[in-house]
Design a protein around this ligand. Structure first.
Ligand code: ZN
Length: 244
């Protein structure tokens, strides 16, 4: 099975459309945060729905946008965007977001998906220590995670943890022997934060046993103009060009 793995789309339609030019996959997995920050929440939700992914789980921004969470804990620019998003979303799309399941969600014998940490959908895995603490919270050899917007890989062999930033074009060979285990973050489709402004996605091929990290150039200027025209914080437009 070749899974196209999309995470943290964040209402960025220009980035989503560019990512979807990639066609070499069997099924789609979406790791949450379809909305928030960008200016096309309805369009992005509808685009994802039409793709009929194998699985979609919710992210923290999805929860605030559809009213499951208040967003009191969000920083101000995120909350402004979440409130704007909630006002824009159609009732139908709000319903769709409300009914998204929480991770972790096991997909098949190899793969679990989660938005944040495997054991806590709202927790960020930013360090090897945090990664190590979460390896026991999923049972498959691979857990795909999002939330940090940073393409990353954590590989565990017995008690030894390897950590690496995942660069464009990296093809990680997966050892599926019951001993090696992986936590893989594809990076963000619509708001990368690893200093590379290009959008990110992953292809996880469980047959060939390879995780491919992809980056793609998209029309950042148009996405920025839409954010400014929507009256959202300028920072949200600028950060797209910086990949921060
Ligand atoms: Zn996110």
């Amino acid at each position: 099975m070749r899974y196209l793995v999309l995470s943290d789309i964040h209402s960025n339609l220009e980035a989503l459309e560019e990512a979807l030019r990639f066609k070499d996959y069997d099924e789609i997995l979406v790791l949450g945060d379809l909305v928030g920050y960008g200016a096309n929440p309805n369009e992005c939700v509808e685009r994802v729905r039409a793709l009929q992914p194998r699985a979609v789980i919710r992210g923290n921004h999805d929860k605030v946008a559809c009213g499951i969470d208040s967003g009191d804990f969000f920083v101000s620019h995120a909350l402004v965007a979440a409130i704007w998003t909630r006002e824009q979303l159609s009732d139908d799309n709000i319903d769709y977001l409300r009914n998204l399941v929480a991770g972790p969600l096991a997909i098949d014998e190899y793969v679990t998906i989660a938005h944040g940490a495997p054991g806590d959908e709202d927790a960020y895995i930013l360090s090897p220590q945090e990664a190590e603490n979460h390896f026991w919270q999923f049972t498959t050899p691979i857990c795909l995670i999002g939330h940090t917007h940073v393409a990353q890989l954590y590989a565990m062999n017995k008690m030894k943890l390897d950590v690496a930033a995942a660069s464009d074009g990296l093809q990680l060979e997966l050892v599926l022997d019951g001993v090696h285990r992986y936590m893989l973050n594809p990076g963000s489709v619509g708001q990368p934060r690893d200093g590379d402004a290009r959008g990110a996605f992953m292809v996880l091929d469980t047959t060939k046993r390879i995780a491919e990290y992809h980056r793609f150039v998209y029309d950042i200027a148009t996405a920025q103009t839409k954010i400014r025209n929507a009256g959202m914080p300028e920072f949200l437009a600028q950060r797209l060009a910086q990949g921060r």
